[in-house]
Design a binder for this molecule. Structure first.
Ligand SMILES: [Zn+2]
Length: 114
């Protein structure tokens, strides 16, 4: 059983819950748990810089409702909003990526026997 210890936020001594043991770092007050969580999130974001930027960009780039193509497989390149991609990375890089995608798509389609 874990021994009593000071809260990692307020410093008040507490007995950790038997199920949590060594993993419990706060006294259990909602304010202390919230502050501990806030600090843990801040540390995580320090270790993973750019994660939020990446997630927001991916969310903006991938279209929610790609255009319908009757009777055909949807074109995967239509899943990307190329106007936003162009704004984010510049025209040259966006065109390079889009054209590379087209070549890879054609290679993939050619590899599948009719
Ligand atoms: Zn506390």
């Amino acid at each position: 059983m874990a021994r009593n210890r000071p809260c990692g936020v307020c410093g008040k001594w507490f007995y950790p819950n038997a199920r949590q043991g060594e993993r419990q770092h706060t006294c259990g007050l909602a304010a202390c748990k919230k502050e501990w969580h806030r600090r843990a999130c801040a540390k995580w974001h320090d270790r993973n810089p750019g994660y939020d930027q990446h997630t927001r960009l991916v969310t903006r780039l991938v279209k929610d409702d790609p255009p319908e193509q009757r009777g055909r497989q949807p074109d995967p390149l239509n899943l990307i909003d190329w106007a936003i991609a162009k704004d984010e990375v510049g025209l040259k890089v966006a065109v390079l990526v889009e054209e590379t995608g087209k070549v890879l798509l054609q290679v993939a389609r050619d590899a599948i026997p009719a």
